[in-house]
Design a protein around this ligand. Structure first.
Ligand code: SF4
Length: 329
């Protein structure tokens, strides 16, 4: 089976008024810190190296709560800036983290893969964190590839790189991401496919998803699954199965929960369901017969869970949406 691009990127998604965006300010430049000490809502977060991500018109699958949040504060999410990095300040934040916090998320409301500078800074941060036995958990769509030097640095400093893949992305995007996952794993990096899943009733899309799931299985990856949510105005809903649910936290959003819980590769939950001591010893599923992942804390609900209780809430669901504007110290 071959992956096929379903449609030109985001053509079928909701298009927002461009003129409104022109009136919005460029994203604020923040000082990079980590944890609650620097004003973030959780100790497992660090400031993204970039403020902002994609413009409202181009956000992932037409639905990005972060872009919406910033728009409501008067900022254009697509006018990205590289944040300020002051090593001394960053280390002072590390020292204020609870000692049991052993990983930090990079890629909460942005993506570190936009430029060479943002990749270089991410690698520098991974190296500092490693001195404190803290690992980076990077979530990215590989907008641009890091240099070999950056890849080696991230691998040596044990950064887990979760790369989002989905049936809705183009063939070119997914190919680039799968190639990156293989290359990063080959040099010893913790490379994790992160499937943005959904129940499609469109044959191209369901075949695409099957292709990606088969790829993960055949290549022995440890992977994660994250169910997509779509705003009710989004035309893509016409291409989905009709037995979905309205999300308990975002009642105007349609979703299905996780659907691949029976496939052992999809063992990793969303970062909202990882404990402070989370540790991924390998990214090969076959290694898990002798090694174990520690620090997993449940997962997002499955489709079957939602069928039993459509209003199912979980701590992770609430935790996910807690955006704040970090104070610029
Ligand atoms: S990568 Fe994340 S923050 Fe950026 S547009 Fe997509 S959903 Fe939003």
């Amino acid at each position: 089976m071959k992956f096929q691009t379903f449609n030109d990127r985001n053509k079928m998604y909701v298009h927002l008024n461009e003129n409104t965006e022109c009136a919005l300010k460029a994203m604020p430049k923040l000082k990079i810190g980590c944890g609650k000490y620097c004003g973030l809502p959780f100790d497992c977060l660090m400031t993204d190296v970039i403020s902002g991500c994609l413009s409202q018109k181009r956000v992932c699958y037409g639905n990005c709560t972060a872009a919406q949040f910033w728009k409501e504060q008067g900022y254009d999410f697509g006018k990205r800036v590289l944040n300020n990095f002051d090593k001394e300040f960053f280390i002072s934040c590390i020292k204020k983290l609870p000692p049991e916090q052993k990983w930090l998320r990079q890629g909460w409301i942005s993506d570190c893969s936009f430029t060479e500078k943002s990749w270089n800074l991410t690698a520098e941060i991974a190296s500092i964190l490693n001195d404190y036995q803290i690992r980076l958990l990077i979530i990215t769509k590989i907008h641009s590839l890091p240099s070999e030097k950056v890849m080696h640095n991230l691998s040596e400093n044990k950064a887990e790189i979760r790369v989002s893949i989905s049936a809705l992305d183009t063939e070119e995007q997914n190919q680039k991401r799968l190639n990156f996952l293989n290359d990063y794993r080959k040099i010893g990096g913790l490379a994790v496919p992160y499937l943005m899943s959904c129940k499609y009733n469109n044959k191209i899309l369901s075949d695409n998803q099957e292709f990606l799931v088969d790829y993960v299985i055949k290549n022995d990856f440890v992977a994660g699954e994250h169910p997509l949510r779509f705003d009710k105005q989004n035309k893509i809903i016409d291409e989905l199965e009709k037995d979905g649910f309205w999300h308990p936290k975002f009642p105007n959003q349609y979703w299905f929960g996780r659907i691949f819980e029976d496939i052992p590769n999809f063992i990793l939950p969303a970062p909202t369901h990882l404990k402070e001591n989370y540790f991924l010893p390998t990214c090969f599923l076959s290694d898990l017969s002798t090694k174990s992942i520690i620090g997993l804390d449940g997962n997002l609900p499955t489709f079957k869970d939602l069928q039993q209780n459509p209003q199912q809430q979980s701590r992770g669901i609430n935790k996910h949406a807690a955006y704040v504007i970090q104070k610029n110290q």
